[in-house]
Structure formats: structure tokens, C-alpha cells
Design a protein around this ligand. Structure first.
Ligand SMILES: NC(=O)c1ccc[n+]([C@@H]2O[C@H](COP(=O)([O-])OP(=O)(O)OC[C@H]3O[C@@H](n4cnc5c(N)ncnc54)[C@H](OP(=O)(O)O)[C@@H]3O)[C@@H](O)[C@H]2O)c1
Length: 293
């Protein structure tokens, strides 16, 4: 698979989003492990998870434990895999999501992630989502501490605007902010400004929910039919067209599609070989309902 860069590491241009294997509706463990192995065998070398990917409460860290287990039973080169996790989001156990950017909390969350992943240092640690009750400088300060202490090898942020990207970059020091993970999909394009900003700064941009989220394939088909039309012309899936369209936005873009079936992960990995013409990319950018090619 084509490689792209996150800080000091090269990873496959498409990564695996682990969330569908840990939250409501998740499959049994055997299918999840088969999905992770299929993704790795297909050349994905980035897995994105979070301590919050769980049903909450005692299930916290489900995703991290699953990834560690899948890696332990994979026959390939584990050293080539970058596991990215996050802290700062919580699931109280009632189906909701909350945030906590308190420095003491974030330090303890990172220690717990280290234990669950069973590593000496976390490959990429991301601050999951800003907490409006805590000045952004404080959790970013914890990321810097973790980096300086060697507990994490690289740091990133998620759900960040341009001001937060610039602030994090200046607080962390030259070259230390390696990635920004924001929502970006055919239906949600308002983070294109952050995508471009990251490109100009040499920071990797990881679009989350590239298809609009778990179970939203029908919405993609119904509300953004141009992706299906271009897919038909290439004899491929609309999912591959979405990913190829994102990859064409810059060498710093590394989408992390979620999957809970081996076939989904394999199909996504194959998007790397899909070449779209300038005209097709323009049609996808414009995304007209009545597009006829
Ligand atoms: N930073 C944040 O705040 C944040 C928030 C949300 C998500 N994320 C990250 O972003 C990742 C991706 O987002 P997401 O999982 O919410 O949504 P998504 O990637 O937009 O959609 C995932 C769904 O798409 C289906 N799918 C994937 N590839 C397919 C293919 N080739 N053909 C048909 N169906 C396909 C999967 O179905 P199957 O399950 O049937 O395989 C899966 O349920 C997450 O897993 C997580 O790592 C981050």
C-alpha cells in the first residue's frame, strides 16, 4: 500500500478505525479480530482506537484491549503497526459521551491506556475532544509532559479548530504536533479548512467517520449519489470512491474508515489503487444531486 507520513512514522495511506468493534452493535470478538487481521494483511499499518471505545463503565478500554489482543495473535511484523489511541472522552455507561480535559484525569487515562495496550510507550496519543470547562493549554500541557517523559512517542489532537491547532503546535514545540483527527465526509465538509491548514503545516490530517458514521451507508447513497455514479464507472464501491477522493486532497490526508467485517476493511484498503480523474474529483467536490457526469 502507498505510504504516508505521521511525524516520524510511515503508515499505509488508509488506516483502520476500531470504533465499530467496541461500541453498541459491536460484533463478537472472533469477528473483530478477523477484521483487524484482514486490515493488517491488506497493508493497513495504522489502527485508530480510544479508551472511550467501549460500552462505558467497567468496559472502558475495550478497543485498546482488543487491538492488543489482535496484534499479539497476528503473524506479521508488529513493529510496523502504529496504534493511535486517545484520552479525554468518557462513556458513563448510559449510552452518552462526556469529556474531561482535567490534567490529573488525562494523566491517569494515559497510564491506563499504556497498561491496556501493553506497551512501554504509546505510538500516537491524541487529545480526543476539547473540554469547554478546561483551558485548552492544560490538556495540551499534559501531552507535552507525556512526550517528554517518553510515555508517548508522538502526539495529536482531535476535533480541533484552526486556533486550537496553532495553539497546540506552539505549546508542544516545533514538529511535535504530528496529527489532527477531525470529522470529514461527503456529508460533513466544514473541516476542509483544517484539512488545508494541516497540509500547509506538514501535519497529518485523519478524517474520522469518512462515510458519515456507522450505519450511514444508505445516507451516502441517497444524499450523495455522485459517489455511487463514479463508483459504477470504475466498477468499484462508493466507499472506495470516498476514500480516493480524500486521498487526492493532499499527501498528508490519511482516512481511518471504521469496519467490523473483514470484507469492509479489505475493500477500503483497495481504495489506495483507485485513480480518479481531475473531472471526477471536481464532480465529487461539487456533489450536485443532479450530476450526470
Ligand atoms: N475523534 C473522534 O471524535 C472520532 C469520532 C468518531 C469516529 N472516530 C474514528 O473514526 C473511525 C471511522 O468512523 P466511524 O467508524 O464512526 O464511521 P465510518 O468510517 O464513516 O463508517 C463505518 C461503517 O462503514 C462501514 N464500511 C466501512 N467500509 C465499508 C465498505 N468498504 N463497504 C461497505 N461498508 C463499509 C462499516 O461497516 P461494517 O461495520 O459492516 O464493516 C462501518 O460500520 C472510527 O472507527 C474511529 O476510529 C473518531
Amino acid at each position: 500500500m502507498e505510504l504516508r507520513r505521521i511525524g516520524s512514522r510511515e503508515v499505509g495511506a488508509i488506516g483502520l478505525g476500531e470504533m465499530p468493534m467496541s461500541i453498541e452493535g459491536r460484533p463478537d470478538e472472533a469477528r473483530s479480530i478477523a477484521t483487524i487481521h484482514a486490515a493488517l494483511d491488506a497493508g493497513m499499518t495504522l489502527i485508530d482506537t480510544a479508551d472511550a471505545y467501549s460500552l462505558g463503565g467497567a468496559d472502558t478500554g475495550h478497543g485498546e484491549v482488543l487491538v492488543a489482543k489482535a496484534l499479539a495473535s497476528w503473524s506479521g511484523d508488529r513493529g510496523s503497526i502504529l496504534v493511535a489511541t486517545k484520552g479525554g472522552h468518557l462513556r458513563p455507561g448510559d449510552g452518552s459521551w462526556t469529556v474531561n480535559g482535567d490534567p490529573a484525569y488525562l494523566r491517569s487515562a494515559a497510564e491506563a491506556s499504556l497498561r491496556r495496550l501493553g506497551v512501554e510507550a504509546i505510538g500516537l496519543y491524541q487529545y480526543h475532544r476539547p473540554d469547554p470547562k478546561v483551558p485548552y493549554e492544560e490538556p495540551i500541557g499534559v501531552l507535552k509532559e507525556l512526550l517528554d517523559a517518553g510515555k508517548v512517542r508522538m502526539v495529536g489532537i482531535s476535533n480541533a479548530n484552526i486556533h486550537q491547532i496553532d495553539l497546540a503546535r506552539s505549546l508542544l514545540g516545533e514538529g511535535n504536533l504530528v496529527s489532527v483527527q477531525n470529522q470529514f465526509s461527503p456529508a460533513f465538509r466544514s473541516s476542509e479548512a483544517e484539512l488545508r491548514h494541516c497540509g500547509a503545516l506538514g501535519i497529518a490530517f485523519l478524517p474520522w467517520s469518512p462515510f458519515g458514521g456507522i450505519g450511514n451507508a444508505e445516507v451516502l447513497r441517497r444524499e450523495h449519489p455522485v459517489f455511487e455514479r463514479v463508483a459504477t464507472d470504475h466498477g468499484t464501491s462508493a466507499h472506495q470512491v470516498v476514500l480516493a477522493w480524500m486521498l487526492a486532497k493532499g499527501d498528508h490526508v490519511i482516512p481511518i474508515p471504521g469496519a467490523s467485517r473483514p470484507s469492509s476493511a479489505i475493500d477500503c484498503a483497495q481504495a489506495v489503487g483507485l485513480e480518479l480523474t481531475d473531472k471526477e474529483l471536481q464532480r465529487l467536490d461539487q456533489d450536485e444531486q443532479n450530476d450526470q457526469g
